[in-house]
Write a protein that binds this ligand. Sequence first.
Ligand code: SF4
Ligand code: SF4
Length: 360
Amino acid sequence: MTAQAKKLAPRDNGAPEYMPNLHPLMVKNYGKWKYHEKVKPGVLKHVAESGDAIYTVRAGSPRTLSADTVRKICDIADKYCDGFLRFTSRANLEFQVAKEANIKPLIDEVQKTLKFPIGGTGASISNITHTQGWMHCNLPGTDAAGSVKAMMDDLFEEFVNDDKLPARVKITTSCCQINCGGQGDIAVNIQHHHPPKIKHEGIGICEHPKVVAICPVAAIRPAFVNGKPTLEVVDEKCMYCGACHGQCPNMEIRDSQTDTLAIWVGGKASSTRGGPAFMKLATFGIPNNPPRWPEVSGALKKILEPYKKTAKPYERIGEWIDRIGWKKFFEVTGFPFTKYHIDDFRFARTTFNTSTHVRL
Ligand code: SF4
Ligand code: SF4
């Protein structure tokens, strides 16, 4: 390495080298694991060919954490886990424990100090993911973090009991229609109901060609208002997605009077059994009703209760619906079937991505 290269800061882009962050037992047995099993709700045991075993204790975090709480979490990991823990993509905490005797005191301390539930490792609700919303984004039409807290309070038993559902149920919540809300067995997404309202006086700050280009249905075009260049929307073409609002804050799509929530079902990213699948609309027009969003939790239960009763073991929600059929799904959930459930967008076949793995 040259003297100049030594002076440079370490490379800080791309995925970091993960080996230094793994528990030493995981490094020692990397790629040589024999089997794993669930010891009890929230506790997994991985056994290596060498005979080494490491335990994982999973706790549901509330996702948005203060620095003070993160410090408490780290103190617990230092005390029982040789300083090793990880956050999963669904904001669960996973403490890695080398000594079986440390499991009980660790769980006691997590429950007492952090007041986080232990669970989510089996056929259960996984911690609900939500988007960052008000914390850093300019687009949110609802408080995803707040609605997820309210939903998790209602579905708490399905997280801690860990094996009462036919299979894993992943739920996501998204505060706009276009970005972070990922595929889920059940997804709760905001829904707008009219074209963006353009604030012509401020639109000069936006790059007009980019705003025009981002509209997926070519509904935006250049225009003049009071002799100044601006943009206009062809209302008949607009599908109220809000993509233009992400590009330009003066294309205001949010409306506290008319925005509602919609629930989509059957999404899956994994390749198990039926393969990856896109979610489909189940119900819509649910009031965006803070601070507890009771109508959302009510609708979730309308899906989960019949799923729990009639799905076969290991059948994910999408697979269950495929087997019983959509007609039956609407019967057992009680959701009305409407014309809006029919995907009649004429370019859908050729323009929409049709796989979760292939981005065209
Ligand atoms: S879902 Fe949309 S509004 Fe919410 S944080 Fe992501 S980009 Fe922002
Ligand atoms: S809301 Fe979507 S469809 Fe409507 S103008 Fe904006 S980008 Fe186009």
